[in-house]
Design a protein around this ligand. Structure first.
Ligand SMILES: Nc1nc2c(ncn2[C@@H]2O[C@H](COP(=O)(O)OP(=O)(O)OP(=O)(O)O)[C@@H](O)[C@H]2O)c(=O)[nH]1
Length: 234
C-alpha cells in the first residue's frame, strides 16, 4: 500500500493513557533532535497490519488497502515526558512469497516488534508462534520489546479466537497482549496505546550490564550463544 502524506494537523492529538503516562503527539516540524525507534509489524496476510499502522500514523481507518508488497514505511513523532521520539513503523507483507526476498532485510536493527493476528481467523492466531520463531531466527534478541495484537475485535459475531486463549499464549512468552480494532473509531486510543506502550518501554530502556539482567534473560542469552556456537561448528 503506498503511503499518503497526511496533513500535519492530524498528528496533533493528546493522549491520556493513565495518570502516570501522559503523551502528546506533535508534528515533525517541532522536533529537532528526536530519538528514533524502529518498530516492525508482522503477522499473516490480511490480519490488518496496514490498517493498524495507518490508524496510528494517519489517525483514520484506511479503506480498501492493497496487499503490502515487501515492506511499507510510516512514521509518527511523539513527545513522551518531554522527550521527542520518532517512531518508524515498518509494515511488512504477510504473504509468503515476499517473506524470503524482501522482509528478511527489515528485521535488522529493529527496536521492537508487534505480532498481529485476526481474532476472526484462527489460523492467523496459530501462526503467531511461527512469527515469533522467525524473529529469533533473524537475531531479534530476547530483550527487544514485543507485543501481540488481536485485531478486528469489531467483528464480534465472527470471533474464532477466545481472549482466554490469546492471554494464555501471550503469557507463555511473557509478552503483553492487546485486542483491538483498526476499524472501530472508538478504539483509536487503544491502537495508539499499543505503539506508545512500546515507545515508552524503549525510551525508558537503558543499556544493561549482564549483572542487571534477569535470570531468565541471562539463560536465554546463554542458550542463544550456545546455539550459535553449535551452528558454527557444524
Ligand atoms: N472489520 C475489520 N476489518 C479490518 C480491520 N483491520 C483491517 N481490516 C480489513 O482487513 C483487510 C486486510 O487489511 P490490511 O491492513 O491490508 O491487512 P495486512 O495484514 O496489512 O495484509 P497484507 O498486506 O497482505 O500482509 C482489509 O479488507 C481491511 O479493510 C478491523 O479492525 N476490522
Amino acid at each position: 500500500m503506498a503511503i499518503e502524506n497526511k496533513p500535519e494537523e492530524e498528528f496533533d492529538t493528546v493522549f491520556n493513557l493513565n495518570d502516570s503516562l501522559e503523551l502528546s503527539a506533535h508534528s515533525e516540524r517541532d522536533c529537532g533532535k528526536a530519538r528514533i525507534f524502529k518498530i516492525i509489524v508482522i503477522g499473516d496476510s490480511n490480519v490488518g497490519k496496514t490498517c493498524l499502522t495507518y490508524r496510528f500514523c494517519g489517525g483514520t481507518f484506511l479503506k480498501n488497502p492493497e496487499a503490502t508488497i515487501g515492506v511499507d514505511f510510516r512514521e509518527r513523532t511523539v513527545v513522551l515526558d518531554g522527550e521527542t521520539i520518532k517512531l518508524q513503523i515498518w509494515d511488512t507483507a504477510g504473504q509468503e512469497r515476499f517473506r524470503k526476498s524482501m522482509v528478511e532485510h527489515y528485521y535488522r536493527s529493529v527496536h521492537a516488534v508487534i505480532f498481529v493476528y485476526d481474532v476472526t481467523n484462527l489460523p492467523s492466531f496459530e501462526s503467531i508462534p511461527e512469527w515469533i520463531e522467525e524473529c529469533s531466527k533473524h537475531s531479534v534478541g530476547p530483550l527487544v520489546p514485543r507485543i501481540i495484537v488481536g485485531n478486528k475485535c469489531d467483528l464480534r459475531e465472527h470471533r474464532q479466537v477466545p481472549a482466554s486463549a490469546a492471554h494464555c499464549l501471550a503469557d507463555s512468552y511473557n509478552f503483553p497482549l492487546f485486542e483491538t480494532s483498526a476499524k472501530d473509531a472508538a478504539e483509536k486510543e487503544h491502537v495508539d496505546a499499543i505503539f506508545l506502550t512500546l515507545a515508552y518501554r524503549l525510551k525508558s530502556h537503558k543499556p544493561l550490564r549482564l549483572k542487571q539482567l534477569s535470570e531468565s534473560s541471562v539463560r536465554e542469552l546463554r542458550n542463544q550463544r550456545e546455539q550459535e556456537t553449535t551452528f558454527c561448528q557444524c
